[in-house]
Design a protein around this ligand. Structure first.
Ligand code: BF8
Ligand code: SF4
Length: 635
């Protein structure tokens, strides 16, 4: 492949060739133009927190060792990290907040949102201590929404209720002792920004503890809240078959791509695309194909089986097919460059959120109340734009892979209960104890232009499967692995070690599948990392141990976003050994780096970060960790 050094995805590679031929700039070209990147920034030792700066610290030990105000490398690095995690937490919390607003509408009854999953509503209500027996769903939903809002209007010192109702009790106690239990998510984000301004906190250790607090805000007021509520209004995912890669776009269909993170509009776009298919036929199309990119794509895949076009790094390349009539974007991970590529074709970029506009793109702002009208309008814009498509310039790669998704905790438990209806976790735990399953690893997060696209995800997972490690996955990692064919039953035959293969085959058969379960279970979008947290809690509770004692690990091999740093911080606080495949900007402070990756984090939380940029070595490091945990458990 000509673009080997850029991506391992052949569809992306062929589109890169097309872009090169047509003089279309991509993320890889712009990355080259940025070389060499600033060494101070890479190490995290640049401070712009006041206008006396920017200040930077000499990483080689020569002068200057202090910023103008006297801040040293440790302080600057710790402050920058806290701000990044605050940024990440803010995105997820803002996302969750909109979901609560939608739930509030659903609780009032009627359109535009409904309560689709009463069992989930009851489960969430119960954990919050809200009575469910003999009560109408709408009444329960109203109280659940009120409980969620209550965390945001908590002016006292009590910790966030969504956290205490959700996290393992042992963790809540540990975090309480360390003084990192968050109260009100908005207040903690505000306090974190305050704490890191010029002349406030000068103690790197204190800043790291506040960073952990923001990680917990992310985990519970962001990820968990969003997942719980989206499941209530859109349904908890169940296993679903679909397809992935640019080959899912169709030459003779109106192609609509939904991209971003919050599914409140895209769920409706999918519905309207089905309803308006006859209108597409009137303009000469054979139907409407909706496909997803990034986590909005994962959301509509998990619940409606909508195929995935591609993942983060190749988002521009989807447009280079010339076959996309409209790309609907909401928030996060949407490259500003999209409009320039769209401008080379007939493609319309439709922005939809008040905080995420792109110059020259068309803005179709929606509110939760008028979402149906706007979704209809968007699909009509796409149908109309299909008539402007230049067929001679359409080039859709043929590559696509089959995949399975929809593995919520509820779905996993249901599949396992086919083996043991009274005790569904028992077969899983027995197989872990017996060594058929060595352990479990969650691969999560993004693509990053610094890594050959998808290569780290795929290599790492293949190495782990050989050693009988079960993989769960979310985000762009799931999409990378899906493109490589790892989310289908055949991958179990091909890549899993014999004992793991036998277990997955037994579960697959019992659950009525034709073959084994896939060796990599797609658990959803990045906010759905909360599902992984729930699975860990269920396993730990079953075994009567703490999450930190389980033979498990997490990995974000190609992460790029501040969100990934926030999620990683939550995972470490939960007690999870968390691998990063890209070096975070902390190496300028030996103190901060050693706290996060060393014994201190391990002693305080039972988890730590592990940075390794080579996929084979990373696999080894993760396997060593899993084996050491097994040894401690005596299995
Ligand atoms: O929230 S994995 S590139 S799309 S940040 Fe973005 Fe990263 Fe993809 Fe999903 Ni998550
Ligand atoms: Fe420089 Fe201190 Fe201002 Fe940062 S806060 S820019 S280190 S003077």
């Amino acid at each position: 492949m000509k673009f080997d050094g850029y991506t391992i995805d052949p569809a992306a590679s062929s589109m890169l060739e097309r872009c090169a031929g047509q003089g279309i700039d991509t993320v890889w070209d712009r990355y080259q133009s940025q070389q060499p990147q600033c060494g101070f920034g890479l190490l995290g030792v640049c401070c712009r927190n006041c206008v006396q700066g920017p200040c930077r610290i000499n990483p080689f030990g020569d002068e200057p060792q202090k910023g103008i105000c006297g801040a040293g490398a440790d302080l600057i690095v710790a402050r920058n990290l806290l701000r990044a995690v605050a940024g990440g937490a803010a995105t997820h919390v803002d996302h969750a907040y909109e979901a609560i607003e939608a739930l509030e509408l659903a609780a009032r009854g009627g359109a535009p949102y409904q309560i689709r999953d009463e069992a989930k509503l009851q489960a969430v209500a119960r954990k919050l201590g809200i009575a469910v027996e003999g009560r109408a769903s709408q009444e329960i939903a109203r109280e659940v929404a009120e409980a969620a809002y209550a965390d945001f209007s908590n002016h006292g010192r009590e910790p966030m209720k969504w956290l205490t109702a959700t996290a393992p009790a042992e963790r809540v106690e540990t975090w309480g002792k360390l003084g990192v239990l968050p109260r009100n998510p908005d207040r903690e984000i505000r306090e974190g920004l305050h704490q890191t301004t010029m002349g406030v906190d000068a103690d790197p250790v204190n800043l790291i503890l506040s960073t952990v607090k923001l990680g917990l805000v992310d985990g519970y007021a962001g990820l968990h809240l969003a997942t719980d509520i989206q499941d209530i209004i859109f349904g908890t995912p169940t296993p679903v078959a679909s397809e992935v890669n640019l080959g899912v776009l169709k030459k003779d269909h109106v192609n609509v791509i939904v991209h971003g993170h919050v599914p409140l509009l895209s769920e409706k776009v999918v519905e309207w695309a089905k309803r308006l298919a006859p209108e597409a036929e009137k303009v000469g199309a054979r139907g409407i194909q909706v496909a997803g990119i990034c986590c909005t794509g994962n959301e509509v895949l998990m619940r409606q089986g909508v195929p995935i076009a591609t993942n983060f790094l190749s988002q521009e390349l989807a447009l280079a097919t010339g076959a996309v009539d409209a790309m609907v974007v909401d928030v996060q991970c949407i490259m500003p460059a999209l409009q320039a590529v769209a401008g080379c074709f007939h493609t319309k970029i439709l922005t939809t959120m008040p905080i995420a506009k792109i110059p020259a793109a068309e803005h179709v702002g929606f509110t939760l109340e008028d979402v149906d009208k706007r979704a209809e309008e968007i699909v009509r814009i796409a149908i109309d734009n299909f008539t402007r498509r230049d067929r001679s310039r359409v080039q859709i790669p043929t590559e696509k892979s089959a995949m399975m998704a929809g593995f919520s905790v509820e779905a996993i438990v249901k599949a396992l209960s086919c083996l043991d209806p009274d005790n569904p976790l028992k077969p899983l735990v027995d197989n872990i104890a017996g060594g058929n399953i060595l352990g479990a690893v969650a691969t999560v997060g993004c693509n990053n232009v610094k890594v050959v696209q998808d290569s780290f995800h795929v290599t790492l997972v293949k190495e782990l499967l050989k050693e009988n490690v079960l993989i769960v996955t979310t985000g762009c990692s799931a999409q990378a692995l899906a493109k490589a064919g790892l989310l289908q039953p055949e991958a179990t035959e091909k890549y899993a070690g014999e004992p793991l293969k036998a277990v997955l085959t037994a579960v697959g058969k019992a659950a009525g599948l034709d073959g084994p379960l896939p060796p990599v279970l797609h658990m959803g979008s990045c906010v759905d990392n909360s599902r992984i947290g729930d699975l860990l809690k269920a396993l730990a509770d079953y075994l009567k141990v703490a999450v930190k004692d389980l033979p498990v690990a997490a990995s974000a091999p190609e992460y790029q976003h501040e969100k990934a740093l926030a999620i990683g911080t939550w995972a470490v606080a939960l007690g999870v050994f968390t691998h990063l495949g890209v070096v975070p900007p902390v190496l300028g402070s030996p103190q901060v780096a050693s706290i996060l990756t060393g014994q201190t984090a391990e002693d305080l939380f039972g988890g730590r970060f592990y940075v390794e940029t080579d996929p084979f070595k990373a696999a080894q490091g993760i396997l060593d960790h899993i084996r050491s945990k097994r040894k401690k458990l005596g299995i």
